[in-house]
Design a protein around this ligand. Structure first.
Ligand code: 13P
Length: 234
């Protein structure tokens, strides 16, 4: 059983989400299917799949115009929230320490954070991939939690680029994340792979050691692309 999570980013409409939920309702699967959608779609009714947000405020409440708190997301009925996505690290200045604060807020409000780590192309070329992944895990993830979390490895250079690391590179990254989580007392935490996942590569990626599922961007927007990923694994 795997976790198949979609990240719609700033795409879609409420009607498109209703259509997707209806298309997914007839899919036979044991996998956990999650769709992380824009805040305005979080109250859309969905029985078979769970909805999640894509970010939240590092603050609990107060004079932070335009921001959304963990409590507000939880009130919508959403179960998950992506935190520290590479686009939030790149465009909104999220650092490991901010990601950790956001994850703590999510956990305090009963949300399951999907915490993202991964290296940029510059870091990869400088041979820093493993160091960036390990510090990302150690510094972004609150270890003093008994509430479940999910970690996503997203090589930042591969997102939306049609590029994927080799199977050996994915295995190295996921094995390091699993070992680091275990050192932190968080052994057994599911680890998703995300970046350019499609129906044609999903099964192979999910057969790699310590890959417990995928976080899918572009290919989660249309059911014709998303359903083959969901049904590619048992
Ligand atoms: P793509 O699947 O479009 O590469 O996006 C990956 C991603 O950022 C998921 O969070």
């Amino acid at each position: 059983m795997k976790i198949i999570a979609g990240n719609w980013k700033m795409n879609g409409t409420q009607q498109q989400l209703k259509t997707m939920i209806s298309d997914l309702s007839s899919v036979e699967t044991q996998n956990t299917v999650i769709l992380c959608v824009p805040f305005t779609m979080l109250t859309t009714p969905s029985d078979k799949i769970s909805l999640g947000a894509q970010d939240l405020s590092r603050h609990t409440h107060g004079a932070f115009t335009g921001q959304i708190s963990a409590q507000m997301i939880a009130e919508t009925g959403a179960k998950y929230v992506i935190i520290g996505h590479s686009e939030c690290r790149q465009y909104n200045g999220d650092t490991n320490s901010i990601v950790r604060q956001k994850a703590t807020n999510a956990l305090n409000n009963g949300l399951i954070p999907i915490i993202c780590v991964g290296e940029t192309m510059d870091e990869k070329q400088a041979g820093k991939t493993m160091a960036v992944i390990e510090s990302g895990v150690r510094e972004s993830i609150p270890s003093d939690t008994s509430t479940p979390i999910i970690v996503a490895y997203e090589p930042r250079w591969a997102i939306g680029a049609g590029l994927t690391p080799t199977a050996a590179e994915i295995a190295d990254a996921h094995n390091l994340i699993a070992k680091t989580l275990s050192d932190m007392g968080l052994g057994g935490t599911p680890i998703l792979y995300g970046a350019s996942v499609k129906g044609s590569n999903a099964a192979e990626i999910m057969s790699i050691s310590n890959v417990d599922g995928v976080l899918v961007g572009g290919a989660s927007l249309k059911s014709d692309d998303f359903i083959p990923i969901i049904t590619s694994v048992k």
